[in-house]
Write a protein that binds this ligand. Structure first.
Ligand SMILES: [Zn+2]
Ligand SMILES: [Zn+2]
Length: 383
């Protein structure tokens, strides 16, 4: 027993074509073959919906159905979907790719994506590399990037129509951007499908006199510059997305996005370890043994450093909050100063003699580790 087409779609008898289409799309997406693999009930339900939609979205068959019910449809182009595979049938109604986007927006909780059905192409995404100094990445900076992409045609303001003229409603699809096509399917009779209008390519409007500058596309290639705000704490290899800063879209369509891959030039003095900065302080064997006052050139101002007598290679001095600002967060990492004790080379005879005399006077006490040696060792291995 066939169900009433209006009941199937859940619309009342006065519903206009737009409401019928909306109801069909909303219901149909619940029965997408990817969502319901191998569910015979979903397939049957979808075919029922498709049939109801085909009849009610066609003025002629709908009038016949309204007057005489199912009886009235004899001799009308009513499709028989029973012969079609589920996935194929979906393709017929929605095309491959557009439905992909629509399904994503549907599962994402958004509205049925009207833009996914629009024919005007979204602008291209542009990806480029931006080389920056170490300090710029640590503290943030404003940089300018220059590249070639599609831009909105100035002459026609992106409409594609010759200046002084405008876009007109597409005579083929009357502005809907969609077309109904009737095709013969051999033994199955006729099959009616909707598809993107091939005159306006789904835009719903056409241009009588194209703009001569852009040949009707509304876009042209041009070099342009964009300011890029580097957030403090960004690191080598990270990517920034500047929404809408890519290439211009076709008439009425969104621009693409700009992706900036950050390439950080290495610094001569500092190395980064996440949010920490690492600085290697070279000092002589004698300075390490006797102790030393020195200055560490931190990125944001020098730091006085007093090293005690008996400082050891690999000792680490930690300066809290003198490292890299946390990206999109609060606070900063640390500056770690690692001691690198250098041993003299190319000694003169006199120096050799002095070191021998020193060695003769030294005892085990000179080389006894301090308390906390293990802590220092651990700190060193954080490198
Ligand atoms: Zn133009
Ligand atoms: Zn059209």
């Amino acid at each position: 027993m066939k169900r009433d087409y209006y009941d199937v779609l859940g619309v009342d008898r006065g519903a206009d074509t737009g409401e019928v289409r909306k109801a069909f799309r909303q219901l149909a997406r619940q029965f997408h073959p990817d969502v319901n693999p191998d569910d015979p009930e979903a397939e049957a339900r979808f075919k029922e919906l498709a049939e109801a939609y085909e009849v009610l979205s066609n003025d002629q068959s709908r009038a016949a159905y309204d007057r005489y019910g199912f009886e009235g449809l004899r001799g009308q182009p009513v499709p028989d979907f029973s012969q079609f595979g589920f996935a194929d049938l979906f393709d017929v109604f929605f095309g491959g790719d557009p439905f992909g986007s629509v399904l994503r927006s549907a599962t994402g909780g958004g509205a049925w994506g009207a833009s996914a059905m629009a024919g005007s192409p979204r602008g291209e995404d542009v990806e480029l590399g931006l080389e920056v100094d170490f300090v710029e990445a640590v503290f943030g900076a404003t940089k300018e990037v220059t590249f070639t992409s599609d831009v909105t045609c100035e002459a026609c303001q992106g409409s594609g129509a010759k200046p002084g003229t405008g876009r007109e409603t597409c005579p083929q699809c009357h502005g809907s951007g969609r077309m109904r096509e009737v095709s013969s399917l051999g033994g199955f009779g006729q099959f009616v499908r909707t598809s993107t209008c091939n005159v306006c390519r789904g835009q719903g409007t056409i241009v009588r006199e194209p703009c001569t500058d852009c040949r009707g596309t509304g876009r042209m290639r041009a070099e342009r510059s964009v300011q890029v705000e580097l957030p403090a704490g960004i690191d080598h290899g990270q990517r920034l997305r500047l929404s809408g800063e890519g290439g211009a879209g076709g008439p009425g369509a969104r621009p693409g996005d700009l992706y900036v891959l950050v390439v950080v030039r290495p610094d001569k003095l500092f190395r980064r370890d996440g949010d920490d900065l690492v600085y290697r302080l070279d000092l002589t064997m004698v300075d390490a043994a006797l102790g030393l006052r020195t200055v560490v050139p931190a990125l944001d101002g020098d730091i006085d450093l007093k090293l005690p007598a008996g400082s050891q290679p690999g000792d680490v001095k930690v300066f809290r909050n003198r490292g890299v600002p946390v990206l999109h967060g609060y606070g900063r990492g640390d500056l770690r100063v690692v001691l690198n004790v250098t041993v003299p080379r190319h000694l003169t005879d006199e120096q050799r003699e002095l070191l021998r005399r020193f060695e003769e006077t030294s005892t085990d006490e000179n080389y006894k580790p301090d308390e906390g040696f293990l802590d220092k060792l651990r700190a060193a291995f954080r490198q």
